[in-house]
Design a protein around this ligand. Sequence first.
Ligand code: GDP
Length: 481
Amino acid sequence: PTTIADELGIALGNLADAATGTVTPTLRLGVTGLSRAGKTIFITALIHNLLTGARLPGFAPMAEGRLIGARLAEHPDNATPRFAYENHLAALMGTPPVWPESTRRISQLRLTLRYQSASWIKSQFGTSTLNLDIVDYPGEWLLDLPLLTKSYAQWSEEALSLANRPARAQEAKPFLDALGSFDPAREADDAAAETLATAFTAYLRASKGDARALSTLPPGRFLMPGDLEGSPALTFAPLPAPAATPRHSSLYAMLERRYEAYKSVVVRPFFRDHFARLDRQIVLVDALRALNAGPEAVADLETALTSVLSCFRQGSSNPISRLFTRKIDRILFAATKADLLHHTSHARLETILNRLVANASRRAKFHGAETRSLAIAAIRATHEGSVKHGGETLPTIIGTPENGQRLGETTYDGKTEIALFPGDLPENPDSLFKSVDSTPELNFLRFLPPKTLSPSQTGDPVFPHIRLDRALDFLIGDKMA
Ligand code: GDP
């Protein structure tokens, strides 16, 4: 790993502020989570709240009146796409408002924050500045770290043994059939590679579909290709090892070269240029969607999170991960979309979140990083109420379900506001992880974004949220002390 360490040395170099020639402190905040966990919404809401001077009482620099202002800074990195903040905001502020497009690839945006330091000495030098670089990337990409220490033969063996498990029979069959029709020792050709890669990708995606979410498996880009869709580095699949050493011109050797190319062109640059440079990390988790789908999906989310979070663990069997995570000193786990529950259930949602990440944190500490768990809603789409039902008062949430959503016999039209009692989260989360009689009935619907926004101090409309300010305080508050 010495060469990787050397490469890292370059990547970790300070970024000078070109305009003033001085070095403005920069904090790189990674925002990740599996697909549809809420990354895009979190980042858009965070930026909007800071730019409009929204009231954020849980964010110390603001509560103490020390935050002077925030502005979007010039995009610092020519090689990374800019987070499409303006487009996402336009979708959310449209008439009618709609949820924006979700994260599909890495992107980044820089905010410059001006504040008055709380320290008397620091404040004597005038106001302070902090660059906040927000880096949005698919959690699926983190699944790839273990590949860096695996050969093509090792990875193939593991991937094929998983595909042959009875639980995956249905999803894997088309791929295994395709595999059966190619001899790995035959002459290589692109059409064969494409056929196999397409079938393998379809199998990975099917395994992860909403209906029967099985564990999320690497390669991560097969699930979230970003800009690489269709490129040769993504056109490979596992093959059984041939009995004799494969010829250079064989199909096996060709796919082995592509696997190695995937590691060197795709995986390593991502970890080296982006992941290794993060200072802080928030991991967003959509626990409610899994709860809706039942115990199998919850157990599976736990497995997927354990693989994803292994990237942040110290002393894991993978020596490379230690190199890549030496900077991150705070990790926030956030259960998103807490507005789909009445606030009386938020503490239980946090308990479930802790249970989901417990496996990952029990096996090893997160690199000595400080961790915290919070239930949040970056944009609150509901408000609260209560209904009387059989002499009982049930806490409800009120909002407009998205068009076409169904609950029992009812299909919603996307126009009608309803009050919903989503069910009670259990006190002990264990019943959610396996099918037992006491597994509670829960109903979470997707709601449209809020239509009426309240004004900030400056009169700008701002999105309602739940604990976004506390998340922000944990992630960056101490750097503005
Ligand atoms: P990602 O970028 O793939 O991680 O996910 P998004 O940020 O695009 O969120 C996916 C979907 O989840 C959105 O389209 C919304 O429907 C929903 N969502 C995200 N954040 C919230 C939230 O705070 N409250 C509610 N009610 N829904 C949310």
